[in-house]
Design a protein around this ligand. Structure first.
Ligand SMILES: CC(C)(COP(=O)(O)OP(=O)(O)OC[C@H]1O[C@@H](n2cnc3c(N)ncnc32)[C@H](O)[C@@H]1OP(=O)(O)O)[C@@H](O)C(=O)NCCC(=O)NCCS
Length: 274
C-alpha cells in the first residue's frame, strides 16, 4: 500500500492529459464495480455498444474528465457514432481494433525464441523499485513518439495487472517501450482480455526489430502470468508501421473499432494519442 501512495501522483504528459487522467482516476472510484467500464490508467472506457444512447453515455464521460472511449465498438456503427459525437461539440475519431488470441501467444513465443535484442540493450520491467528518472524518461519516449503514456502506477504494474517494459541502452537511456494491461471487469464478457501496445521505438533505433521482441515479451508475460487470452490494440488507419508490428504478433484486424473522443474545451488541439 505504501508503494501505491508513493507513486499516486506520478503522471506524465501535457497538462490536459494529466488533468484528464487524474479526473478519470477519481471517477473510476465511482464506476469500477460496473462491468461495462474499463480502465488501465489513461482515459475510462465503455466496453461494447450499450444501445441507442452510446453517444450520450460517452459524452458524459468526456465532459466530466476530458476524454473517453469505447472498446469493442462495432465497425459498422463507428462512423455514425463519431459523427454524432462531433455534432455534440466533441472531437471524436475511430481507431481500428486489432486482436489476437492463442495465435498471438504462439507468435510471441516464436519471436522470443528466434530473435534477440541488439547487444547494447537490456530489458527493464518497470516496478516499484524502478528509479523515477527511468519511468519519466520512458514516458517521455512514448510522448516523443506520439503515444500517450499511462500513469506511473500503471507503468510500474502496481494497480491494474500489467507490464511496461523498457529497452535501455548502455548509457541508461530507454530507446523502446511496450506495455500490456488486463483492464476488464471480472464479470465482463471480455474478462480475460487485455490491452497490448503503447509501442514506441526512438527514431534513431527503428528497424532493429527492437519492438518486435519487446512487444512479444510483454504479450507472453500477460498470457503466462495474468491469464490474458485475448489481446487488443487500436491503430489509426494508415499507421502502417504499427499495423506491420501487430501482424508479426498475430494481432490482426477485426470488425471492432475503438471510438475515442475529447472535449475541445479541455484538450484544445492537443492530440490524444497515435
Ligand atoms: C511502430 C514502431 C514502434 C516500430 O518500431 P521498430 O522497433 O522499428 O520495429 P521493429 O524493427 O521491431 O519491426 C518489427 C516488424 O515490423 C516491421 N515494420 C516496422 N516499422 C514498419 C513500417 N513503418 N512499415 C512497414 N513495416 C514496418 C519491420 O519490418 C519488422 O518486420 P520484419 O521482422 O519482417 O522485418 C516505431 O516505428 C514507432 O515508435 N512509431 C511511432 C509510434 C507508433 O506509431 N506506435 C504504434 C502505436 S501503439
Amino acid at each position: 500500500m505504501s508503494d501505491i501512495n508513493k507513486f499516486s501522483e506520478e503522471f506524465f504528459g501535457t497538462e490536459p492529459h494529466v488533468v484528464m487522467m487524474q479526473r478519470s482516476r477519481d471517477l473510476w472510484e465511482l464506476l469500477r464495480d460496473n462491468p461495462i467500464y474499463s480502465n488501465y490508467g489513461r482515459m475510462l472506457s465503455i466496453v461494447g455498444s450499450q444501445g441507442d444512447d452510446d453517444a450520450e453515455r460517452l459524452a458524459s464521460l468526456v465532459r466530466l474528465t476530458g476524454a473517453g472511449s469505447f472498446h469493442y465498438y462495432p465497425a459498422d456503427k463507428a462512423d455514425a457514432l463519431v459523427a454524432k459525437l462531433n455534432d455534440m461539440g466533441l472531437s471524436a475519431g475511430r481507431w481500428e481494433k486489432q486482436w489476437g488470441g492463442e495465435d498471438a501467444y504462439e507468435a510471441a513465443k516464436t519471436i522470443i525464441a528466434n530473435a534477440s535484442l541488439p547487444p547494447d540493450l537490456k530489458v527493464v520491467r518497470l516496478s516499484a523499485d524502478t528509479d523515477a528518472d527511468l519511468v519519466r524518461e520512458t514516458a517521455q519516449l512514448s510522448m516523443d513518439c506520439g503515444v500517450m503514456p499511462t500513469p506511473g502506477l500503471s507503468m510500474r504494474g502496481l494497480t491494474y495487472k500489467g507490464i511496461c517494459l523498457a529497452a535501455v541502452d548502455a548509457t541508461g537511456r530507454p530507446v523502446a517501450t511496450a506495455s500490456s494491461y488486463k483492464n476488464m471487469h471480472p464479470d465482463s464478457m471480455y474478462a480475460d482480455h487485455g490491452f497490448w501496445g503503447a509501442l514506441a521505438t526512438h527514431p534513431d533505433r527503428r528497424g532493429e526489430k527492437i519492438i518486435g521482441v519487446l512487444g512479444a515479451m510483454a504479450l507472453a508475460h500477460m498470457w503466462e502470468e495474468h491469464g490474458v487470452r485475448g489481446f487488443f490494440t487500436a491503430v489509426k488507419k494508415g499507421n502502417t508501421g504499427s499495423m506491420a508490428v501487430c501482424a508479426k504478433q498475430a494481432v490482426l484486424p477485426t470488425e471492432w473499432t475503438a471510438v475515442a473522443a475529447t472535449d475541445p474545451n479541455h484538450f484544445g488541439d492537443t492530440a490524444l494519442t497515435k
